[in-house]
Write a protein that binds this ligand. Structure first.
Ligand SMILES: [Cu+2]
Length: 299
């Protein structure tokens, strides 16, 4: 079975966006100045992370913060030197100690259960059968995701990414454009995120990503996809994404790897299947420039 349905996920997300300032302020593809929410989700994994964060974690964090604030105010007002000149000599209260041990444990259990579900989804490459939580994280609904049709190897180097399309013999380095290069080549793309050659993938397709490194530890992360995986020399880590919207999505190396750690962005261009087929065919003949020209024409 390779069918999939995101209608439920989309409906839940739309309802969520209606009352979530975080979702309303998020910008597509990359972080915007002043942004306070998570980046816009375009994958089932990021759907589940977004719902987990906005509908559970934020409420718990808010309640705990307000509770601690109320305790502080109470202590400051009621037990300051003037209001309470003779302090209590109490050193133990068994009931209070049990409460402040058990209540945090219960809160952590409430957080851990859905968190493990999201973690299991991230760690499990789709086979077309298994259901994923997506935006239905707190309901019984599941999102079906097709098995991977494409495997890409991402290798972190000091300080750029190398990409290899395992089945098509296409590989290239992806290097950040400096200010002059960006101004002349890609003025519309964000500073410090634009690269000379983006990773190109088809929309509505499960992509398996093998992540490794050639020198020191890096990490491959794309927030809109909800993925972040360590890139360790001599070791293959695995992740996956299923992007349901075309566009540019950016990430950055997320493991401190040396002086230019901040300057090895990840840029993913999600295109239609037809555009991808044309691009990979041309790139497979060793003509990356021609392949990119095809993409530019199609836009
Ligand atoms: Cu790094």
């Amino acid at each position: 079975m390779t069918g999939f349905s995101f209608r439920l996920a989309k409906a839940s997300l739309a309802a969520l966006a209606a009352f979530s300032p975080a979702a309303a302020m998020a910008q597509d593809g990359f972080a915007a100045p002043g942004q306070i929410g998570l980046q816009t989700s375009v994958t089932p994994i990021m759907d589940s992370i977004t719902v987990f964060h906005d509908n559970l974690l934020m409420w718990i964090i808010t309640a705990i913060t307000l509770f601690v604030l109320a305790l502080l105010i109470w202590v400051i007002v009621r037990y300051n030197h003037r209001a309470n000149p003779t302090p209590s000599k109490t050193t133990h209260n068994t009931l209070v100690e049990i409460v402040w041990t058990v209540v945090p444990i219960l809160i952590l259990i409430v957080i851990a259960i859905p968190s493990f579900g999201v973690l299991a989804d991230q760690e499990t490459i789709p086979d077309g059968e298994r259901g994923y939580l997506g935006a239905n994280i707190f309901s019984s609904g599941e999102v079906a995701v097709p098995a991977p049709e494409l495997t890409i190897k991402a290798t972190g180097y000091q300080w750029y990414w190398g990409y290899e399309y395992m089945d098509d013999g296409v590989n290239f380095a992806s290097i950040m454009l400096n200010d002059e290069e960006r101004a002349s080549e890609k003025p519309d793309e964000p500073r410090l995120l634009a690269v000379d050659q983006e990773l190109v993938v088809p929309v509505d397709t499960t992509v398996r990503v093998l992540v490794t490194a050639g020198d020191v530890i890096h990490a491959f992360a794309v927030p809109s996809f909800g993925i972040k995986v360590d890139a360790v020399p001599g070791r293959n880590n695995e992740t996956w994404f299923y992007a349901r919207e075309t566009g540019m999505y950016y990430g950055q190396c997320s493991e401190l790897c040396g002086k230019d750690h901040a300057f090895m962005p990840i840029a993913v261009r999600v295109v239609t299947q037809e555009q991808y087929d044309a691009w990979i065919a041309q790139a497979g003949e060793g003509d990356l420039a021609g392949a990119n020209a095809l993409l530019a024409q199609a836009e």
